[in-house]
Design a protein around this ligand. Sequence first.
Ligand code: MG
Length: 371
Amino acid sequence: MKITQLETIFVRPRWLFLKMHTDEGIIGLGEPLVEGRAQTVAAAVHEIGRYLIGQDPRKIEHHWQAIYRGQFYRGGPVLSSALSGIEQAMWDITGKWLGQPVYNLLGGPTRDRIRMYGWLDDSSYGDYVEAGKVSMKSGFTAFKLALPGAVDIVDTRRTTDEIVDHFARFREALGPDVDVGYDFHGRVSPAMAVRLAQALEPYHPFFIEEPVLPENVDALVTVARSTSIPIATGERLFTKWGFREVLEKQAAVIMQPDLSHAGGILEVKKIAAMAECYYAAVAPHCPLGPIALAACIQLDACTPNFLAQEHFTDGTGYIKEPFRIVEGYMQLPTGPGLGIELDDEAIAGKIYDGSWETPRLWHKDGSVADW
Ligand SMILES: [Mg+2]
């Protein structure tokens, strides 16, 4: 079998889908994307195509090594995300060729169903709480909120109170049977993160995500040692090498690799195994589209230290049969490969030029805040 074409498709709201065509007619799906840089990643995919076209897509590990290590410059968000989507598509082809879901090629299922957590619209406190109550009624037991806005390196008592209140109101409305994580989004300094974690402890957060930015692991250690709240990080870390220091310093206990950024399905499986040595969990990051989510589900199914899965879509309007989420749990997919089929007719109405820009956040004085 040979790869004949890499077809990239920009799909609203901000996604990039990859169709990997083969000479045997099997088409593999992948989602190579950095949010806000879809056009750049698409260009990287086609550059990698200079190596990949004509190759057998079933030599997944070998091609991963050739794409990652076979060039002098490696890693980073753009190249790792291009590689991730390509890797997903090679697994989809291999699974379809064998007639098996990918999880059956990676050790088989380790669970019967997959716990999902919902992402809620943070446009207002009221929407948050009402959206949470509605989701809870349909069986969801895990949620995640994000900080309401920018935070100065050392900020006021009022800002601290607002951030804590934002979480506490939601937490208390939903009761003790649900888990609620708090995503600091890398917007907070270590000093403020320590202070906020202390104030949030009585509300028992599921975890605090990216309490500080990912470049300085020692800053994350400072926060982790200051609190009993589990620390999560990883959506901006790439490949096993990106997770090594976080694990070795035990700077976080929940790894959140993104299967469209970190190197794909098998690379995240390896990251999960590294995490297992430190008794750490894996909760894949996924605010992306249905192909990325399908890749996550395959990984979650066969990974023993999986915790919960983020999701943004159930695939309606993008895939022929939307994901089956029952009582807050994704049912194990049974189809071959990634287990989904794109609805090309529906997607035709959502194609655009890929020019979506991540919003920018500003401090009160007009200086740049971390988004
Ligand atoms: Mg996050």
